[in-house]
Design a protein around this ligand. Structure first.
Ligand code: ZN
Length: 486
């Protein structure tokens, strides 16, 4: 009799524990991933990232959306990473609408792209010609719904979890990043977050944040691949368990391409050739090993609340290529312009000397968003997540903006350095977060008119793929306001 009563009490205690722990502000985590690889044999898939009219001929490895849900103190934050070149803010707003209907308990959703250059064109810029879109609208709508469904699945699988945080600055991290525009500033820091289920003690998810363009295969490859993040995630999942989720960081002007990034192939003893599968595999695997190393010195703080702040921003569009593309429908209506905070779809036709009459969109601004999330233990901020709606130059993240002869705005004040304003050791900066506005370049380094920086005979690469010289200031100052808000 006594024995069976004890059994009943034990069952009741076990049943109550998870709920009791949750009620105390205990962290819960959930994860999900879904393949999003487009079918390439029954339709034309334009590959994004290098020249126009690159058509996919096969699939080397699948592309994924991977989502992590974190819940503490009544807030549920979901972070999704998508293996595509970028997604505009309008898509993120559509995804959030779907999520709101399916899982109203999700407080906030971040969708960031890894910026892979060997996947479908989700922006439109790499179609058959510069003024013809590369977007397949039916694929993109399907992709939006897959991202929403994956976010919802992650939030529905929440379970009590323990968080470990780590960062690393091993010298090899900087050697995997090639920079060929001054100043030679990089953002080599590797940030890792591991979530382990308290019940079974199994790894649920491993979030990795690091900065480098996933473009190792170059423009000649025509097979779909997630590039080095594919091997990184594979290594991490095989060696550490759970679902790996990779977020690109401060990737402006930082590349895996070129001879600056030289890795020895252990099988041949030779340096892996540039633009090869072997080089992408070696970068991803090395990074996976560095993640494993970083976790050996991880901290495990008690996260019991999440603070979420977001701000909608308007940044002036100062790039006429983007105005022509928008008017021609290249962005498939997904990057409309705004004037005085209101949607403005007006256009004008202009006569250009070399191309004839061309239509331009005339609205003033791009609408975008920045987010700042604190993971807290009581009053202490233990980790932070900040989103950047594009490809930020690392000197805007770490400091090191420089003045050079030839700059278009030689006296421009420097934008604040983002990391200097963050409060914790664990600073997850999610590049291409909720939007892709191209390069964020310090205004003092902006160079769209000759003479070129450092009297180089030809122009530097960068400005052509940026919304303009004011974008960096609008975004970084917007983020600093969120970080310092009380
Ligand atoms: Zn890029």
């Amino acid at each position: 009799m006594l024995g069976s009563l004890t059994g009943v009490i034990r069952v009741a205690v076990l049943f109550l524990l998870p709920h009791f722990a949750w009620a105390q502000g205990q962290l819960r985590a959930g994860v999900a991933k879904t393949a999003i690889t487009p079918a390439v044999h029954n339709r034309k898939v334009y590959l994004a990232g290098f020249g126009h009219n690159r058509i996919a001929t096969g699939v080397h490895d699948d592309l994924y959306v991977r989502c992590l849900a974190l819940e503490a103190g009544g807030q549920t934050e979901v972070l999704c990473s998508v293996d595509v070149i970028g997604l505009f803010y309008d898509d993120v707003l559509k995804i959030r609408e779907q999520v709101k209907v399916q899982a109203p308990r999700i407080s906030h959703l971040i969708v960031a792209s890894t910026h892979v250059h060997e996947g479908p064109d989700t922006l439109g810029l790499w179609g058959p010609t510069p003024l013809q879109t590369g977007v397949d609208e039916s694929y993109l709508s399907w992709l939006d719904s897959q991202i929403a469904a994956t976010a919802v699945t992650a939030a529905r699988s929440l379970e009590p979890a323990r968080m470990e945080l780590s960062r690393d600055d091993h010298p090899l991290l900087g050697l995997l990043q090639s920079v060929d525009r001054p100043p030679i500033v990089k953002d080599p820091y590797l940030f890792v977050m591991r979530l382990t289920g308290i019940g079974a003690g199994k790894t649920l998810a491993l979030l990795v944040n690091w900065s480098d363009h996933p473009e190792t295969l170059g423009g000649e490859n025509s097979e779909i691949t997630a590039d080095y993040p594919h091997w990184l995630c594979q290594y991490v999942e095989n060696h550490l368990g759970g679902t790996a989720i990779f977020f690109s960081g401060s990737i402006g002007k930082v590349s895996t391409l070129g001879n600056q990034v030289a890795l020895q192939d252990p099988e041949t003893g030779e340096i892996a050739q540039d633009r090869t599968w072997k080089k992408a595999e070696l970068i991803g695997t090395r990074l996976g090993q560095l993640v494993e190393r970083a976790l050996k010195s991880a901290e495990a703080p008690q996260v019991n609340s999440i603070l979420i702040r977001k701000s909608i921003l308007f940044a002036p569009l100062q790039n006429d290529h983007f105005r022509m593309a928008e008017a021609a429908g290249v962005f498939a209506g997904r990057k409309p312009l705004y004037s005085d905070g209101k949607l403005d779809r007006s256009t004008v036709e202009r006569e250009l000397a070399d191309t004839g009459r061309i239509r331009f969109s005339t609205g003033h601004d791009l609408q975008t968003e920045v987010d700042y999330v604190e993971l807290r233990s009581g009053d202490r901020v233990v980790a932070e997540v900040a989103t950047v709606p594009g490809e930020i130059y690392p000197e805007l993240t770490n400091g090191g903006i420089s003045r050079y002869p030839g700059a278009d705005y030689p006296d421009a004040p420097f934008e604040p350095a983002l990391r200097a304003h963050l409060k914790s050791r664990y600073q997850f900066i999610l590049g291409l977060g909720n939007d892709e506005l191209g390069y964020l370049i310090p205004r003092a380094e902006w160079d769209d008119q000759p003479p070129w920086l450092l009297n180089r005979p030809q122009r530097w690469y960068g400005e052509i793929n940026s919304a303009g010289p004011d974008l960096a200031g609008v975004v970084v100052r917007g983020l600093v306001r969120l970080i310092e808000q009380r």
